[in-house]
Design a protein around this ligand. Structure first.
Ligand code: ADP
Ligand code: MG
Length: 225
């Protein structure tokens, strides 16, 4: 099986002052096609782990291989490129541009991914249709419900056909019915082969995944299947 992500004894210290040891000796392997939940309480280090895994931040010690490449040897430019083409992000607070319609928000994913301009619109439209928003291309974020906004964010994350979908509390701002529809979409993506890592403090969300890893005070441990 191809490893997408391979963290070996990874630690992270925020320099401060005062310095904060956010991760300690974390090892985690995620192979192509896996659906993994990373669960822990507020302040346990989940977002730090996601930021490192997603090449948004750098670890302090240990080794992190992404797609077999040692991320410590990658320049900031290499990291941005790898992120734009290989990783899709979904966050609790959507991060859509308020003055851009749904289609334009999705098209933004291509700007950094080196997709030709003439292909962007049709691929964005396909991605939106794929999350059930084929009829809302022209809607502004404020004209959409929370669940629809998160669908736009999912379409944007998936538009570049990333190797890895990273979700940080993707249902954290949604009511439980809407959360269930978003989780059903993520489950379908996983069933069709998408590699997914989902960060959550909620065990009902974690139960959707095939594997659960717990993080506690910056320490990771795998739960028995
Ligand atoms: P979680 O996402 O599980 O709530 P975080 O990864 O955000 O946890 O935070 C883990 C620890 O690192 C916490 O103690 C938090 O206060 C600290 N932390 C997070 N980001 C920073 C930062 N930029 N600078 C200093 N400390 C930070
Ligand atoms: Mg967090």
């Amino acid at each position: 099986m191809t490893l997408i992500l391979d963290l070996q004894e990874v630690s992270k210290v925020y320099p401060g002052p005062p310095p904060v040891q956010a991760l300690t000796g974390c090892s985690l392997q995620i192979s192509e096609g896996e659906y993994v939940a990373i669960m822990g309480r507020s302040g346990s280090g989940k977002s730090t782990l996601l930021n490192i895994a997603g090449l948004l931040d750098r670890h302090t010690s240990g080794t992190y291989l992404f797609g077999g490449r040692d991320t410590a040897l990658m320049s900031d430019r290499d990291r941005s490129r790898a992120r734009a083409t290989n990783i899709g992000f979904v966050f609790q607070s959507f991060y859509l541009l308020p003055h851009r319609v749904a289609l334009e928000n999705v098209e933004l994913a291509f700007v950094y991914a080196g997709v030709a301009r003439r292909e962007r619109r049709s691929r964005a439209a396909d991605a939106l249709a794929g999350v059930g928003l084929g009829h809302r291309f022209a809607a502004l974020p404020r004209q959409l419900s929370g669940g629809e906004r998160q669908r736009v964010a999912l379409a944007r994350a998936l538009a570049t056909r990333p190797k890895l979908l990273l979700c940080d509390e993707p249902t954290g701002n949604l009511d439980s019915n809407t959360a269930a529809t978003i989780m059903a979409l993520i489950d379908d993506l996983s069933a069709s082969g998408q590699t997914v890592a989902i960060i959550t403090h909620d065990s009902t969300i974690a139960n959707h995944a095939q594997r659960t890893v717990m993080i506690q005070d910056g320490h990771l441990r795998e739960l028995a299947a």
